[in-house]
Ligand binder design. Structure first.
Ligand code: NA7
Length: 535
């Protein structure tokens, strides 16, 4: 008899809801969480300016009408403290903490086919058994671990955005470097520019940043609360798990618009703000001309915002399609470069050679700093899973690791299970919509799908579930082929694993959208979990 029915790894938004749901259904479930607190991403990423790029009305749980009525978001895009407060509120409201072991990192999972049990080993060496394991390990939770040459020589402070000091960092009047200009870098730069003495940004690839048009949302929220259930139903069927203000109405096709109408649409989306800019045209990520038109629109805006034309040009992205790397949602990013105390170092002109005792040597110049901020990103989607030594015997009794199986890219069925690793589920794993969607919509769908599958097993007196290898092969082909229809693989993005040296470049999420995915997932479940073996 296993110690628990289910071990859940991670107490972020996915793990918390999974625990709640399974307890409601009468399962004995327990969470192992590496951090000292709930919240996952929103616990660790507490750098200045950290903010969600999905609207808070959408980036919230829908499972409990009372929760969604009682919680009041203050801003259109919630900042990290508010998101963490929400996660804590949820943990307390549903008394989840007694079933969470904090500061407990799962390092190994071993499946025993004879007992149909996973042995879960944590960093203290303790072992716990469970019939099922659900990895709610997050998609952007394993930071890129590397050191620049000489990093240990630096005599100032080094801060990682993903693990900012809990009591903050005093950067007032300091000389500060920021390396990296993805979302984390853009948000940090915007937040610290007004307080630091001097800021130097080291940029390898310029991002496309669109304005958040962030604002208080009391009235908007009150209006949505009057019909929140219907609002959520629409989000669940939408492409991105969020509505971009238009419900299920499809954006216009680029080819149906003349150039004035196309520009007007881009202007409208720019004015509305946020990631929905990429919904300007339905085919923005399918049609190169549509994409280039949108990219050019943003480039023009950058030129308008940055007064020095040479600097504006350095900040202008040209080498990849817009939105093929995740758009940054900014609150005054480009304007920062008009400040006298802000310098941009283009690493294509001045390669970053090493960190020195006093600062950073780029090209032939040694830049001196009191602090260096590293905003260099994550080993996305597969990193956290591959960090765990996950082992199971294959049909011939040979032990295989998930890491080996995924060496050429993840192989899953529906992004939920990987053949050869029974009773192991992933929430928002690779080859599901996940990071291409509102994570909360996708998390809730997966949690509910997995929970329903466990109930189905229990009701049928079964205890083992595994993806069928043929169904998995099909799904891998579908995810790769649909991604190849888009412009997404053309950027060296973390969606592709291209930011991790040595990582196989494979497009990681499922591109066809949340609504399509839900229809497939629902259909599979209704058809007696077609493509899964249950015994
Ligand atoms: P990202 O988006 O992966 O950004 C990382 C940034 O760091 C990006 O500009 C990288 O340049 C840069 N980088 C990475 N390694 C290096 C080295 N070795 N030298 C110089 N510059 C480097 O991570 P974020 O944390 O900002 O955002 C992740 C997601 O979180 C984001 O998309 C939202 O979904 C929230 P590159 O572009 O690779 O040339």
């Amino acid at each position: 008899m296993a110690d628990h029915d289910v071990i859940i790894i991670g107490a972020g938004f996915a793990g918390l809801y999974q625990l709640y749901k399974l307890r409601e259904l009468g399962f004995d479930a327990h969470i192992f969480e590496a951090g000292p607190e709930v919240g996952g991403t929103w616990y660790w990423n507490r750098y200045p300016g950290a903010r969600c790029d999905i609207e808070s009305i959408e980036y919230s749980y829908s499972f409990d009408p009372e929760l969604q009525q009682s919680w009041n978001w203050t801003e259109r895009y919630a900042a990290q403290p508010e998101l963490l407060a929400y996660a804590r509120h949820v943990a307390d409201r549903y008394h989840l903490r007694p079933d969470i072991s904090f500061e407990t990192k799962v390092v190994a999972l071993d499946f025993d086919d004879a007992t149909t049990e996973w042995t879960v080993t944590t960093d203290s060496g303790a072992r716990t058994s469970a019939t099922f394991v659900i990895a709610a390990t997050g998609c952007l939770s394993k930071p890129l671990e590397f050191s620049f040459d000489g990093q240990d020589d630096f005599t100032g402070d080094i801060f990682w955005t993903w693990n900012w000091p809990a009591d903050g960092a005093d950067l007032a009047d300091k000389r500060v470097a920021v390396v990296g200009t993805g979302s984390s870098g853009v948000q940090t730069i915007t937040a610290i520019a007004p307080v630091v003495g001097a800021l130097t940004v080291f940029q390898r690839t310029p991002p496309y940043a669109v304005p958040a048009q962030n604002r208080p949302i009391a009235e908007e929220l009150a209006e949505v609360k009057q019909h929140y259930p219907q609002f959520r139903d629409i989000s669940r069927l939408s492409r991105g798990g969020a509505q971009c203000g238009e419900g299920l109405t499809l954006p216009p096709f680029f080819g149906d618009l003349d150039s004035d109408a196309a520009r007007a649409e881009l202007g409208r989306r720019w004015g509305d703000g946020g990631l929905c800019f990429q919904q300007s045209f339905y085919d923005l990520l399918l049609d190169a001309e549509a994409n280039e038109t949108a990219a050019q629109y943003v480039r023009d805006r950058i030129r308008q915002k940055v007064t020095d034309p040479k600097l504006a040009e350095k900040l202008t992205p040209r080498s990849y399609p817009i939105a093929a790397k995740r758009l940054c949602v900014d609150t005054g990013y480009y304007e920062v470069y008009n400040q006298d105390n802000v310098t941009l170092v283009d690493l294509n002109e001045e390669p970053l050679r090493r960190v020195t005792a006093r600062g950073i040597l780029a090209g032939d110049t040694e830049y001196e700093f009191d602090a260096i901020v590293l905003a260099t990103g994550f080993d996305a989607m597969t990193g956290a899973l591959n960090a765990i030594d996950i082992r199971a015997a294959d049909h011939d009794g040979v032990i295989r690791t998930l890491r080996e199986k995924w060496a050429d890219g993840p192989r899953t069925y529906l992004g939920l299970m990987s053949a050869g690793f029974p009773n192991l589920f992933t929430v928002t794993g690779p080859q599901s919509p996940s990071v291409l969607s509102n994570m909360l919509t996708s998390i809730e769908y997966h949690v509910e799908w997995i929970s329903a599958a466990l109930v189905h097993l229990r009701e049928h007196g079964l205890s083992r579930m595994e993806a069928d290898p043929a169904a998995e092969d099909n799904w891998v082909n579908i995810t790769n082929d649909t991604a190849d229809l888009t412009l997404l693989p053309q950027a060296a993005s973390w969606y592709m694993g291209a930011n991790v040296p040595g990582k196989r470049r494979v497009f990681l999420p499922f591109v066809a959208g949340v609504g399509v995915y839900k229809q497939i997932g629902d259909g599979v479940a209704v058809a007696d979990y077609h493509g899964f073996e249950m015994s």
